[in-house]
Ligand binder design. Structure first.
Ligand code: PBG
Length: 334
């Protein structure tokens, strides 16, 4: 649709921008608490919290503290959290067995949160990097990340999370065929209500650095993830991946990172019209926070502007470390 426009002076765009009321009235996109998924880090221990140095304002919490923080998030109207574990280095192995241990940190956290804050949706991360001795998202042999063997392991991991009460599984591993295998395994196990939000277009990005600090993967990771995460130069391939994951049974899809990939969000939403999410990743958060702390940017305004941009790009929601801070500023919406 091409809007019909009279020539100046019949059309003066500034008329609609003159006052705050007129600007609100003509605003095309809005950010609400309903758009927020809060990624949180969990660690072992009791009543402890460890700040993540490269992510000012973010910390890893023991399960008891996490439950309290999630209860506050629910009070603020945040609809979902996404759990990431800091696994003790002694439990990181070649075979990654801890990933599907029903008693691992993530699974214990899911049950603890469900018991205390039943209404908030719990999303999980399905990938092996917090559990592997080498920091890769899959199993490795002779320096190669294996595909089908990794999928076998990821399916076990996904089932353990579903058994613990996860609402949404978030496979972030980028192995081929994992969505279909997970969906079939979930159906077979009676978990037909568990949703899958596929990290469909996940790029091999340098913006994940601070996150890898938070989960302790920078210490273990050798090399990069370019044989399974996407080449940042590609766009058509993202559409093929989203299409593939939808045909395999994904309920929603994600683009990651966020801000440098808004063009991908727009293309995905326009092409498929499915629930589409973006992950404003750790490096994006770190950049904005660092500049704000130095007084180089207005922290609150760049937070709001960066998140609103995802809505404008067509996203239905955003995974953001800012979620509680944003929610405090936004009125609840219906
Ligand atoms: C693990 C995973 C990563 C992120 C989410 N899940 C890191 C990676 O792929 O190396 C990054 C999130 C962030 O940077 O905020 N598969």
């Amino acid at each position: 649709m091409r809007p019909i426009q009279a020539h100046y002076p019949a059309t003066r765009f500034r008329r609609n921008r003159r006052t705050e009321a007129l600007r609100r009235l003509t605003q095309e996109n809005v950010l609400t608490v309903n758009d927020l998924i809060w990624p949180v880090f969990v660690q072992d221990g009791k009543d402890v919290e460890t700040p993540v140095a490269s992510m000012p304002g973010v910390s890893r919490r023991s399960i008891d503290r996490l439950v309290r923080a999630v209860a506050e998030a629910a009070e603020l109207g945040i609809p979902a959290i996404c759990l990431f574990p800091y696994t003790d280095p002694s439990l990181r192995t070649e075979a990654c067995e801890e990933a599907w241990n029903p008693e691992n940190l993530t699974n214990r956290a899911i049950r603890a949160i469900k018991a205390e804050v039943p209404d908030i949706a719990i999303m999980t991360d399905v990938a092996l990097d917090p559990y592997s001795a080498h920091g890769q998202d899959g199993l490795m042999k002779d320096g190669v990340v294996l595909n089908d063997e990794s999928v076998d392991a990821l399916v076990k991991m996904a089932l353990a999370q579903a058994d613990s009460g996860a609402d949404i599984l978030g496979p972030s591993d980028m192995m081929d065929g994992r969505i279909g295998r997970m969906r079939m395994a979930l159906e077979k196990a009676g978990h037909h209500t568990v949703a899958i939000m596929s990290y469909s277009a996940k790029y091999a990005s340098a913006f994940y650095g601070p996150f890898r600090d938070a989960v302790g993967a920078n210490a273990t990771l050798k090399g990069d993830k370019k044989t399974y995460q996407m080449n940042p130069a590609n766009s058509d391939e993202a559409l093929r991946l989203v299409h593939r994951d939808l045909t395999e049974g994904a309920d929603s899809v994600m683009v990651k990172p966020g801000m440098p990939y808004l063009d991908i969000c727009r293309r995905v939403k326009e092409e498929f019209g499915v629930p589409t999410y973006a992950y404003q990743v750790s490096g994006e958060y770190a950049m904005l926070q660092a500049a704000a702390q130095n007084g180089w940017l207005d922290g609150e305004r760049v937070m709001m502007e960066s998140l609103l941009a995802f809505k404008r790009a067509g996203c239905d929601g955003i995974l953001t470390y800012y979620a509680p801070e944003v929610a405090r500023k936004l009125a609840p919406s219906y």
